[in-house]
Design a protein around this ligand. Structure first.
Ligand code: CA
Length: 224
């Protein structure tokens, strides 16, 4: 299990890291919200230990943004205050568990382990960005509660874009993942299919989610 610990107090961060490592977890540490955001976007962690009070970007705003981008990594929130309001706010923002400081390290380890198990079982079958969702078991796509009919290829394209939500997907990567091509057929295959998919998932809805990144590829994300 790979865990990202986000905590600006270096002693606490190092204490948590050592305790988790001693239990066999692979642990990455970030001291700032922005660094954690960058790390979580490129690395699939099994769990996040996230302190609320961070300099710059705080834990709750980071958590909201991760969830908005479809990142479903289980999150254990840490808070110095332990207030009821903050706890509710944290759970509303998409936290899976909450631990007030000061905590007993054994409890933190046990909770992280429980989160990892839960994540492993759930491995959410529903991929989501904003009000667009795709159930990878039933293969049903919906936007704003309306079912969207997809061809097999469109389904694969949407699944790939959703799994890469927030990242730019180049044409070559799309050809590889969706068409299993390891060469560029030199056609506008990707662009044509993106256009069709866009008509289904974006044309009748706001905000637009599927963006063209000129010269780079495509990106599925909520923010403009
Ligand atoms: Ca802190």
């Amino acid at each position: 299990m790979r865990v990202l610990v986000v905590e600006d107090e270096k002693k606490t961060a190092s204490f948590i890291r050592k305790a988790l490592q001693a239990e066999g977890f692979a642990v990455d540490v970030c001291h700032r919200g922005h660094d954690a955001w960058a790390a979580a976007r490129v690395t699939p962690f099994d769990a996040l230990v996230l302190d609320i009070m961070l300099p710059g970007r705080d834990g709750l705003s980071l958590l909201r943004q991760l969830r908005q981008q479809g990142n479903a990594t289980p999150v254990l929130l840490l808070s110095a205050r332990g207030e009821v309001n903050e706890r509710i706010e944290g759970l509303d923002a998409g936290a899976d568990d909450y631990l007030p400081k000061p905590f007993v390290i054994a409890e933190l380890v046990a909770r992280v382990r429980a989160l990892g198990r839960r994540g492993g079982e759930a491995k959410t079958t529903v991929l989501r960005v904003a009000d667009l969702s795709l159930d990878t078991v039933t293969r049903q796509a919906e936007r704003a509660g309306r079912v969207i009919e997809l061809t097999v290829r469109e389904y694969r394209l949407l699944e790939f874009l959703l799994r890469s939500a927030g990242r730019i997907c180049g044409r070559m990567a799309i050809l590889e993942k969706v068409w299993d091509y390891d060469f560029d057929p030199g056609s506008n295959l990707v662009d044509v299919n993106i256009k069709r998919l866009r008509e289904k998932i974006d044309a009748d809805f706001e905000p637009k989610l599927l963006h063209t990144m000129r010269g780079l590829g495509y990106q599925l994300r909520e923010s403009p």
